[in-house]
Design a protein around this ligand. Structure first.
Ligand code: NAD
Ligand code: ZN
Length: 239
């Protein structure tokens, strides 16, 4: 393990263009539940059944209840050493792009400035009629929030299963993956597409892929280095 860590450190030291893709696992040690890990479910609902446009059309109040519950958990969470290590990395002045599937905002709170949020942000909400988007940092949500100018329902400003990714953010994420010399894949089960495809894109464009995860994933076999362990412990040792 130590020689693997040393090799990965050397790779990172030498690279001038680096990108990282993070998933729910990086926030697990902050106490934010993941979707697919142990303890990731709520009230016996499958996340996929709550995080879809169909679910919202069927029962917007239930969907908002779920997002309110998730917001209240996230509001209590603090960024961990893994988030902070990636924020430090950005400050070293190299070409570093942080791409996250997380909606929790913990990378921002750890000090990362340039975060490509490919799945949106749980602290924003968007009007289903006029598209107006606004930030709302209140954890508790009473019923279904309404758009002040037009009175229509607001939905969470996140990307649901079956929806497309925000176009310009996704384009920048692909560009960063394609130009990276080293691509880090941290705490993601790598099964939610298209985000999961970024590691393959980076690899085929010539990047060394380094995975950090407590468990094996579909990325593991193709990764140049697959580090097994919690990201809050491993990332500070690499960066
Ligand atoms: P996921 O729940 O599918 O997978 C989590 C991954 O993290 C697993 O592979 C697991 O082995 C790994 N993991 C768990 N604890 C870890 C740790 N301490 N260190 C390193 N790895 C650890 O999450 P995903 O791949 O991000 O994809 C699911 C989707 O769920 C995303 O679209 C995301 O938007 C959404 N989501 C976001 C949050 C959040 O914002 N924090 C939380 C849950 C789900
Ligand atoms: Zn509106």
């Amino acid at each position: 393990m130590d020689s693997t860590l040393a090799s990965v450190r050397a790779l990172l030291r030498q690279a001038s263009r680096i990108a990282a893709l993070t998933g729910a696992g990086i926030s697990a040690e902050s106490g934010v539940p993941t979707f697919r890990g142990a303890g990731g479910l709520w009230r016996n609902f499958r996340a996929e059944d709550l995080a879809t446009p169909e679910a919202f059309a069927r029962d917007p109040k239930l969907v908002w209840e779920w997002y309110g519950w998730r917001r209240s958990l996230i509001a209590e969470a603090e960024p961990n050493a893994g988030h902070r290590a990636l924020a430090d990395f950005e400050q070293r002045g190299r070409d570093f792009t942080l791409i996250t599937q997380n909606v929790d905002g913990l990378h921002d709170r750890a000090g990362s400035r340039n975060v490509l949020k490919v799945h949106g942000d749980i602290w924003t909400q968007r009007c289903v009629a006029c598209g107006r988007e606004r930030e709302d940092r209140s954890a508790a949500i009473d019923g279904v929030p309404r758009c002040a100018p037009c009175g229509a329902m607001e939905r969470p400003g996140v990307v649901w299963f079956g929806e497309g990714l925000p176009e310009s953010v996704w384009q920048r994420a692909q560009d960063a993956a394609a130009r990276a010399q080293v691509f880090l894949v941290v705490g993601t089960s790598a099964v939610v597409y298209p985000a999961a495809g970024l590691a393959g894109l980076a690899k085929s464009a010539g990047a060394a892929v380094i995975e950090i995860n407590i468990a094996e994933t579909p990325v593991s076999a193709a990764a140049d280095y697959s580090l097994r362990g919690p990201s809050a412990e491993l990332l500070p040792q690499l960066i």
